[in-house]
Ligand binder design. Structure first.
Ligand code: PMP
Length: 396
């Protein structure tokens, strides 16, 4: 009889020839447990998803209650479904007045697709700008906006009319013109290895978009819901996007994305032609119930206000000559090491010793630290001990 691992390799489509091949039976809080009961700390939140940890009882209860009432009833946008309405109401209450219309999707990439289409439709322009080293998803439109040729070239031709600017380079903002439909960027770049832009750059970007009638799309898939120490990362920069893209932590562990805009902008999707963007499962009632409960928990427990303090503990403890730099904001950090080879060895040893970290798609010499925001100071100390031991093992 084949083992689960063999079946996984045989029947489940693979994305690399070197998957992690870890098997967990259950997860709770910041830990995942294998069949033998061995606990592994999830220091990356399933890549930015489990902001309030795994198996939160409040979220599970909301999911169960919704499952008992109904699951799928109808494609998006036709029936008045309580979980979608209540979740959008809550999100809008936490966002600036200009962001009041929420379009729920199934994933982050689908939200990016919707946002790009909306910008084209609303402005009547087709040129779109993104940043080098960006990541916005794997679907054709989102991939077209990815700022890394290595991952794109095999899939060309992609969307025409796309071009790229350097993240955090004010000089490049001149390339945004009255022909540009939209600029899309991550408020803090994730897969580039956690790059935090300057306040002045973000304000100049906002001003340039406004001056040229270009829509500013901020992709907050990785940065929203407290990850950086504010509920939404754009709050650090005193600016507001025209379209906000959400995903990952939005669904509280369930698949959900969204793009949010003013009602005026969003209205472009319902007219000439009608049904400008449609989805069968977007805003699934169970996912919306889960997302709402997760957001309520985040706010009730004041988790966002604790993020800066927890970041400081990491930064205080993670000191070693092999660590060249720690970049980031809040609990979204990158530890830069000498090389990918060293980083990989340290990551593998961390996994053996019970913590999951990772590298970044466009930055392989840096280690990802993005734990659930519920992580305690004692758990942070434990994680840092393991990271430092692993670094010492290979560098001393
Ligand atoms: N945007 C950003 C910034 C992301 O990090 C990701 C996923 N890593 C996406 C978009 C795509 O989201 P999804 O994988 O849910 O399609």
């Amino acid at each position: 009889m084949l083992t689960l691992r063999q079946l996984f390799l045989a029947n489940n489509a693979q994305t690399t020839d070197f998957p992690l091949l870890l098997e967990f039976e259950r997860a709770e809080g910041v830990y995942m447990y294998d069949a033998g009961g061995k606990a592994t700390m999830d220091l990356i939140s399933g890549i930015g998803v489990s902001n309030i940890g795994h198996s939160n009882p409040y979220v599970i209860d909301a999911i169960k209650q919704q499952v008992d009432k109904y699951m799928h009833l109808m494609v998006y946008g036709e029936y008045v479904q309580t979980p979608q309405v209540r979740f959008a109401e809550k999100l809008v209450s936490l966002l600036p007045d200009s962001l009041q219309s929420v379009y729920f999707t199934n994933s982050g990439a689908e939200a990016v697709e919707g946002a790009l289409k909306l910008a084209k439709r609303y402005t009547g322009r087709h040129q779109m700008i993104a940043c080098y080293n960006s990541y916005h998803g794997s679907t054709h439109g989102a991939l077209s906006m990815m700022g890394n040729e290595e991952f794109k070239q095999a899939y060309r031709p992609l969307l025409p009319g796309t071009s790229f600017i350097r993240f955090n380079h004010t000089g490049d903002l001149e390339l945004i013109t009255q022909e540009t439909a939209c600029v899309i960027l991550e408020t803090i770049q994730g897969e580039a290895g956690i790059r935090v832009p300057d306040l002045a750059y973000m304000q100049a970007l906002r001003a340039r978009c406004s001056a040229t009638g270009t829509l500013l799309i901020l992709d907050e898939n990785q940065t929203a819901f407290g990850r950086t120490g504010k509920l939404f990362a754009f709050e650090h920069f005193g600016i507001e996007p025209d379209i906000l893209v959400l995903g990952k932590a939005l669904g509280g562990g369930m698949p959900l994305g969204a793009f949010v805009a003013s009602s005026q902008i969003m209205g472009a999707l319902k007219d000439n032609p009608i049904l400008g963007h449609i989805t069968t499962f977007g805003g699934h009632p169970v996912c919306c119930a889960s997302g709402l409960a997760s957001l309520e928990f985040l706010l009730k427990e004041n988790l966002v206000s604790q993020v800066a303090e927890k970041e400081a503990i990491f930064k205080h403890l993670l000191i070693h000559p092999a660590i060249k730099q720690i970049r980031g904001k809040g609990l979204m950090m990158a530890i830069e090491l000498e090389s990918f080879e060293l980083n990989k060895k340290i990551i593998d040893r961390c996994i053996e010793n019970g913590i999951i970290t990772d590298w970044f798609l466009h930055c392989s010499n840096s280690m990802r630290i993005a734990p659930p925001l519920i992580i305690t100071p004692a758990e942070i100390e434990k994680a840092c001990d393991i990271i430092l031991e692993s670094i010492r093992f290979y560098t001393n």
